[in-house]
Every structure is written in structure tokens, then in C-alpha cells.
Design a protein around this ligand. Sequence first.
Ligand code: NAD
Length: 357
Amino acid sequence: MNANLVLIPGDGIGPEIIGSAAEVLRIISRKFNHTFSMKEADAGGCAIDRHGVPLPDETLKACLESDSVLLGAVGGTQWETLPGHLRPERALLGLRKELGLFANLRPVKLQKVLAAASPLRQDITDRGVDVLIVRELTGGLYFGERGRGEGSMGPYAYDTERYSVEEIRRIGVVAFEAARKRRKKMCSVDKANVLESSRLWRETMHVLKQEYPDVQYSDMLVDNAAMQLIRDPSQFDVMVTSNLFGDILSDEASQLTGSIGLLASASLGKGKCGLYEPIHGSAPDIAGKGVANPIATILSAAMMLRMSFDLAQEADAIEAAVEAVLEQGYRTGDIAAGGLSVGTKEITEKIIEALEA
Ligand code: NAD
């Protein structure tokens, strides 16, 4: 296949980890006979320095014309004092909005060889942690009406949670389809005992579940879900939830693996074009030192191949190569737990060796 990819290295460790993912993609294209044309574009702090804005028009145009986007990370202390509309993070919001990316998918999988890094007890990690969190990304509390006023008890502020049936349905479809490709279990998380928007969420999911009789469906209240993720994460396959609850639960779940250097994410919209990125930030404290863990970005590239291009075999090959390298004992500093560690370049070479084996 031919695919046009836009790579956005961004700031901090972004260029180092995107460089590693690009090398892996080049090996995959050679091994499986694909043509990936990769074009680099500026966004974030480096775009502010070079173009005066966090998301230049030409970057947005390239992304809109591409088949998918792979992003490193944006941000850094040198841009923290700029006004809100000029902050590096604005690039992410702009990309999500302009590409219509309403679904955020975050797989949380604990690699058996790294189980000791998890804060969970061994009897819990032994049962396995392999959850996909599907978060609604463009609606709900973060986009509802908000304001401030003056009342009988003094100044007040409010935010509103608003969801339409269509917004709930389309995120439900993404989650059910993902569950079909996994262990066919889906848990919808809401607060239907209190919130009207959650009651509509639940009603809509119940209508939709009729179309997926092969997927085992359940509902869970968000407070219980937060607890169950710690008590027994092995009960979950796919979890789908609103913007606010997903923001919190996905960060909670990511910690179950003990490292943010390993976790990938995808933001998807109506079409096949998605934005794929590691969940961590630009790690300015280690930028340029050659020690960043590139695995989350390499796994984001694997997610892109699987979700945007239906290249499951190629994605499996990348995931298996990462697992093999970890099993061989290679670790970057963030997951070395005080033991011996290798740098970005060396672990990338090992992953490529495993891919070519
Ligand atoms: P961070 O994720 O960048 O770093 C937190 C800690 O984890 C640091 O000690 C860092 O060295 C370490 N770390 C992160 N990724 C690593 C990797 N791949 N390998 C090894 N160690 C790694 O979070 P932060 O320090 O709060 O934020 C730094 C900057 O990144 C800020 O400007 C923030 O706004 C931005 N940020 C961007 C994104 C994004 O681009 N999607 C996400 C989160 C934070």
C-alpha cells in the first residue's frame, strides 16, 4: 500500500523519539512492501519560534491532506509564559478540532516482564492488565457552556455537561468495533444515578448494543470503575466513557503499567485519518541527552498501521519486536528500576534487529 504520513516531532524529546519511530516504519515498509511517504511538519514550541504560531497553516494543510499523523510531543518551559492562544498545547487542540478527532483510544497493557514496575500487588498483575480506554474527546464538560456570575452567596462559576445522542452513538460505535477486534467485552462508564447527561449516555448505549450481540456489554458507575481498575483490572477489555471521566480514568489506568514511556494513543474521527502519539510529554529534563524511551512512539506507529491502514500483521510485528527486546532485558532509564540502561539509539537498534530477525 501507499500512505502519506505527516510526522510532527514537536519539542523536547519529540525529534529523538519520532526519529526512532520513522526508522521502524522504514523497516516495515521494506519488509512488507509498502510505500510510506513521510513528511515532517512543525507544531508546538518549535513552530512558535519558527513561524510565530503553534499550528502553522502549512502544517494543518499537510495533516488534512495526509492519511495519518504521528506526533512526538509539544511544550517546554521557554513557552510557558506566552498567552494562552500562543501556547504549544494549542497545536494539539487545533489538530483535534480541525481533523474532527472525537475518539481517543488509549491501550493500557502491562508487559509481563515489567510487572514489577506496576504499583499493583503481584497477585493482581498475574491476572493481566490489558484494557483499552475509549474517551469521547470533543464534547461534554470540556466543551459545554461555562461562565461566572454573582449570586446570593457571592461570586459563582459553572460548567455544563452536554451530550447529544449522535455524539454518544458515534463514540459507542468506535468502542464496540474495537471490542469486536479484541476480547469482545465492553464496559460503558457513566454517572447515571445522578447526571441526566449520563442517563442519556446509558440509554443510547443500550440501543446501540442491540447491533453488537457478539459483544458482552455492561454498565458501571464511574466511582466504582475508578475502584475496580485498581482492585481487578483484568475484568476489563474495552471501557468507553465521556470526556471528563475518560481524562481521569485513562491517567489512572496508565499508571497500572508503571511507566508512561511505553504507552501509545490514537485520536480518531469519521475517516481513517488519525493522530497517533505517545501519552507522555516532551520531557524537557532529558531532551537532547539520547536517553528518552522511544517505545511509546514506536507503539503509536504500530497502532496507526493497525487502526488507520488495517495492517494488523505489520502492527503485530512491531509489538512482538518491542516485547522481545524487553524480554532480552534491554531497558531505557525510565523503566530500568535502577538497573543497567541503554539509550534511545541502542534500544531502537535492538527493536529493528528483532524486526529483521
Ligand atoms: P512529561 O511526560 O514530559 O515528563 C514527566 C517525567 O517523565 C519526566 O521526568 C520525563 O523525563 C519522564 N518521561 C516522559 N517521557 C519519557 C520517555 N519517553 N522516556 C523517558 N522518560 C520520560 O510531563 P511534564 O514534565 O509534566 O511535561 C513536560 C512538557 O510536556 C510540558 O510543557 C507539558 O505541557 C508537555 N506535555 C505535552 C504533551 C503532549 O504533547 N501530548 C502531553 C503532556 C505534557
